[in-house]
Design a binder for this molecule. Structure first.
Ligand SMILES: [Zn+2]
Length: 88
């Protein structure tokens, strides 16, 4: 029986993955310029393109500022300060 190390196992899985035929048309097109697109790039082991990187940044900003709308930088700072102060 073969006694594989973890590294050899990883290599084996990698080899099998590389040999697997591509899905071709079954693959969904990447939604470039969005957070979702960035995830799709990562899922495929590709570098995230500039458009998607920007989309992801916008998405993160939106989350950080809340769904209700954008805060100005000053409002954001004030909110952070209030939160930090209130915790004590
Ligand atoms: Zn992209």
């Amino acid at each position: 029986m073969a006694d594989l190390t973890d590294a050899e196992l990883d290599q084996l899985i990698k080899d099998i993955g590389l040999k697997r035929p591509r899905g071709g048309s079954q693959r969904k097109p990447i939604a470039h310029g969005t957070y979702k697109g960035a995830k799709q790039h990562r899922y495929r082991g590709e570098p995230v393109c500039d458009d998607c990187r920007q989309g992801e940044r916008d998405y993160r900003d939106k989350l950080r500022h809340g769904q209700s709308g954008y805060l100005t930088e000053e409002e954001w700072q004030a909110r952070q300060a209030a939160r930090n102060g209130g915790a004590r």
